[in-house]
Structure formats: C-alpha cells, structure tokens
Design a protein around this ligand. Structure first.
Ligand code: NOJ
Ligand code: MG
Length: 586
C-alpha cells in the first residue's frame, strides 16, 4: 500500500473566502416551492421553505434565472436582466428572500446568462425592427443567408438543442430577411460580445444585483460566449457523434478564446465592488463542461477570471474505481498546483438524477461514459441499487476538498422521472429533436415536501383562489409515490437520504480540515477506492460484494466510522457493497 500523491496544503482557512469550501444548494425556482398556488414555484415559496435549507446546513443558495422571461427555456431566455419574472414575484419579494436568507446565514447567488437573451428582450425586438447593418443588429449575430436567394443558413453550425444554429427572420417590410445565430433555441439569440453595449449592459446588471445583496453569480454557458471572426463552417464532428453532441465539436464556437477578456473585466468589476463595499465577498462560478481537460478548466478558474468553475466530470464518470480516480485526481492535482479552488457536483438541472444514473444496468461500463450530460443511454434502471450507489457517491463527493454544489431534491434521493407523458414535456430539447431526445424535464419535477397529494405533496401550499381554481396542478406532474420521498417522510428517519445529507454536511464541517489535501492510496482490490483527507480515510466499495477491509488494510480495522452511506454500518473492518464511509483513528 503506497500513498500516490503528496497532500499539498491549500490556502490556510484564516484567509480563505467563505466560498472556498462552501456547500451551495441549487434552487430550481419553478420546482422548489409554490406559495401562491399557481402550480409554479416562486420566490415567496423559497422564503417559506428556508428552514429546510438551514437545517440541511447549506452556506448559500444559487437561484436559477428568475428574471422576466417567456420561460421557453425556463428562465435561460431572459427578457430583462434587471427585474423579476412576475410569476415568481417581484423585486420586493426578492429583497425579502435575500434578507430572510441572510438571517439564517445563507447567501444568495443568482444565475447570469451572458451568451444569449430571450427573443422577447427589447434589444432583440429593436434589432428586428431596425434592419440590416443597424447598430441594433450589431448586438447580435445577424448575417445574410447563403445561396442565390439567401435562403440557406450562413454556415453549417448545429445548435445544442437540435437543428441549425440559425433562424431566418422576416424583415419589417415582410420580405424574407437575414438570419440570426442562436447556440441554443431560436428563442435565445446570441449576443455579440464584441459590441460595447453588451459589455456595458452586463456590467450594469452585475452591479444592480450586488446592490440588492446578491453575493455572486453562477455564469451560464461561458464556453460558447465569443465566436471565431467570420463564423467559418465547422469541420465535421467525429463519426458516430450523437445528434445533440455535434455542437460541442465546433472549434469556432466552443472555447473560442475572445470571451476571456470579458471575464477579466468582470473580475476587475467585482474586486472594485468589494473594495468600495467592505465586508462583501463576492463569487462567480462558471459553467463549462471540460471533461478530462483540467487545463481548460484552469482557463476559467484563475485569479483574473472566475473564482470557481464547475467540475462536472464526476457527474459523467462510470461507477468504477479506475474512472472515479482518473476523474478526481488529475483535476485535484492540476487545480491545486496552480492554487485554484475546486468545486464538485453530481447533480444539476440539466442532467439525469444520480439515483437513476447509478441504477442503470450499464453504470459501470466505460461505454456509458458519454462525456455529455445531455446524451443518455437507455439501459434499464434498478432504482434500489441506484439509490444505494447515489448515497455512496455523495459520501465520496462530500469528502473532497473544495466546495460542493447540490441540486434540489438530491437530498431526498429523487429519481429522474422517466415516464413523463410527451404532452407535458416542456424542455425545448424534446421539441427541437422531434421527440428523439426526452430532454431534461425528468429532473425538474416539483419537489415533494409532505405526503399530501392534494397540495401537490406540499409543493403548492398557498391559496389559488385568485386564479379561480384549486391548488394542485404542478407545472410538471409528480409521480403518485412522490410523497414517500418528501421531506416530512424523511426528516425523522435516520436511515433516509435526507438524514445522510444532513449528517454529511455537518461531518464536513466538524471532521474535515478544509486545509487538508487529498491523497489517493493504492490498494490491492479492484472495487476499492481509498483516499485520505488529513486524518480521515475515505473508502468506497463500488462492487456488489462486501469487502473485508480488516484483512486488506489492517490498520483501519479499529478505526471509528465517522459516517457511512450504509445505514447502521459501524464496523470499520467490513465495507458493505456499494458503500462509502469516512474512517478516523479512535
Ligand atoms: C446551461 C443551462 O444550465 C441550461 O439549463 C440552459 O438550457 C442552457 N445553458 C442555455 O442557457
Ligand atoms: Mg407560484
């Protein structure tokens, strides 16, 4: 048994900012809690349910976009960056939320969408009206089409949500007009960041929300901001690339470097804000999928650009010792070597829920690793197995140095809802691929809080009388057994997923030294992953048979089980199947 990596020391906690090892809870606003009974989550609902987050022990919440929006990508189509979507509340409800969260020592982060806005944004509407060559059109990518009548798209790029990345408009005089570029859906036109208006608008936006008490932003889709000059045709994607993965192979739109100067501008703005507002400690976390490429991650997370950048690699890794280690170790080593903060996550609103992923029959196969969270295998799911593994996966993830991002409902062990009727699906991916891809609705089903089906399991608890109907039609239907996953059903059950999350967050604080590095330990067992954080040893059994740890690592036989993903497991000498636990010397 040898230790393979040294345990370098991170920045001492005395000077570490709050976010360095924070637990951030992602609230998908539409689906968290619905205080006015219209079936759609809202800000007042979040205020009412803050106790849950306080009890869980999170340091911050990240709100998915709650700006005015036609909701064609559920808020990632922003019509006004300076307001609140009326179905979610208004600015005064927002202020009340920030205040109520602060009273519980929970910071509020928002979500900023810089790559695109809604086609209903006043700038886009003005661009449509203003005509080719106008300054209004220069804020977006408007181009003439190819072909004799201009009726072919300006280039061959494919959009993330299916179909071409271009849509043709009708000019104000009724004639067939120019085309505009949209990396996502046609309702999400891309901004051209070489236009100074765009830069200035986002600077004003960040400041506007910081002034309202927001402590930072999750930054959407940074990898596609900025495009190659001339917008050249993309080379063909590798043979066999899935339909909705073609976009990610376009070198002229993904990781094109020009955006970095803008992120540097944001960092300067934030630091200036902190200087003029003592006591404020702001954070940005960028969203870029960089599987296997810590070097790319470092282009975003560095002292000149973003404070953090999501590492999604764990979310995409098969349930195997070799792949889990090969996922964690290089990222840890590369980021730590350059002093960059780490973040870890195993769930978000774009990805099938972990309970379902880990329950797939091919969860341990290399071929299941698509490296794209929008491309799923259809292998059959064993939910009981998936749940046991998801418990182990979060126990491992919570032990890693850096911050931890949770997605609402994972603490309840919610599965992906795979059988939503086509008629209720709302994700544009479903529509844009003509139903070939189910999309992401299955992880966005409204949360269950109680066993009461009449109130959508406690999701809608206000009065809907002003709407002329009873409470109880959530925007996506909840499965009949949703109540068994509810907070009420789990909160007093020591063996529940909710209790595990609660204990994990508290053990992170009390038993892990945030300054302790991470060191993997080689062990002679194909199903055993072992790592050290200071005096805590973390062991994970990815196999379906118990491991006799006492024989394999005799020094651990008498250790204390600090926390285990297997309820009732308190014998360090044996490690049950698909279980992760933290061990400490007695
Ligand atoms: C990434 C977001 O997480 C996703 O939900 C959204 O659809 C796209 N960016 C477009 O904004
Ligand atoms: Mg509502």
């Amino acid at each position: 048994m040898t230790s393979t990596s040294e345990q370098p020391t991170q920045q001492p906690t005395g000077v570490a900012p709050w976010w360095r090892d924070a637990v951030v809870y992602q609230v998908y606003v539409r689906s968290f809690a619905d205080a006015d009974g219209d079936g759609i989550g809202d800000l007042a609902g979040i205020v009412d349910r803050l106790d849950h987050l306080e009890t869980l022990g999170v340091d911050a919440v990240w709100l998915t976009p709650c700006y005015p929006s036609p909701q064609l990508d559920h808020g990632y189509d922003v019509a006004d960056y300076f307001g609140i979507e009326p179905m979610y509340g208004d600015l005064s409800t927002f202020d009340r939320l920030v205040e109520a969260a602060r009273a519980r020592s929970i910071r509020v982060l928002m979500d900023v969408v810089p790559n695109h806005c809604s086609s209903q944004h006043s700038w886009f509407q003005a661009a449509l009206a203003a005509g080719p060559g106008s300054p209004e059109r220069a804020r977006f990518y408007f181009r003439d089409g190819r072909g004799p009548n201009g009726d072919e798209p300006p280039n061959n790029w494919r959009s993330v949500f299916g179909g071409p990345t271009w849509t043709r408009i009708t000019e104000a005089d009724g004639s067939p007009g120019q085309w505009y570029l949209h990396t996502f859906s046609p309702w999400q036109p891309d901004f051209d960041w070489s236009c100074p208006d765009v830069v200035a608008m986002f600077d004003a936006m960040l400041t506007f929300w910081f002034d309202r008490g927001v402590e930072g932003f999750r930054v959407d889709a940074v990898a596609v901001v900025g495009k190659a000059p001339g917008l050249p045709d993309a080379p063909p994607a590798p043979e066999g690339t899935a339909e909705n993965d073609v976009w990610s192979h376009n070198p002229y739109s993904v990781f094109w470097p020009t955006a970095h100067e803008h992120w540097r501008g944001w960092r300067t703005l934030l630091e200036q804000y902190e200087r003029t507002h003592p006591g404020r400690e702001l954070v940005t976390v960028s969203e870029a999928y960089t599987p296997d490429r810590p070097d790319l991650l470092l282009q975003y997370v560095n002292p000149q650009e973003f404070h953090q950048s999501f590492c999604f690699d764990l979310m995409l890794a098969p349930w195997r010792v070799d792949t889990l280690r090969a996922t964690i170790e290089p990222v840890y080593e590369a980021l730590t070597a350059s002093g960059a903060p780490l973040t870890w996550t195993i769930n978000n609103h774009d990805t099938q829920r972990s309970v379902t992923r880990y329950g797939r029959a091919d969860a341990a196969e290399l071929s299941s690793w698509t490296k794209n969270n929008l491309v799923y295998t259809g292998a059959p799911v064993d939910l009981a197995l998936g749940t046991v593994r998801a418990r182990a996966a979060i126990t491992l993830t919570a032990s890693l140095p850096g911050s931890l991002y949770l997605f609402q409902g994972e603490e309840l062990g919610l599965p992906e809802v795979l059988d939503l009727p086509d008629a209720v699906r709302q994700d544009p991916i479903f529509e844009r691929t003509d139903g070939r891809e189910p999309g992401r609705d299955g992880c966005r089903v409204p949360l269950p809080w109680t066993a009461d089906q009449a109130t959508s399991f406690g999701f809608s608890f206000g009065s809907a009388s002003h709407l002329g109907r009873a409470v109880g039609s959530p925007w996506l239907p909840q499965p009949d057994d949703w109540g068994t996953y509810s907070v009420a059903a789990q909160q007093h059950d020591p063996a529940s997923m909710l209790s595990l999350y609660h204990h994990l967050l508290s053990a992170r604080r009390s038993r892990l030294d945030p300054d302790a590095g991470l060191g993997f330990v080689d062990v002679e067992h194909p199903d055993l992953l072992m790592l050290r954080r200071g005096d805590v040893t973390v062991v994970l059994n990815v196999g379906d048979a118990e491991i006799d740890l006492a024989s394999l690592v005799p020094t651990l036989a008498d250790a204390e089980v600090v926390i285990s993903s297997a309820p009732g497991h308190d014998d360090a000498g044996r490690l049950p199947a698909n279980t992760c636990c933290w061990l400490a010397p007695r």
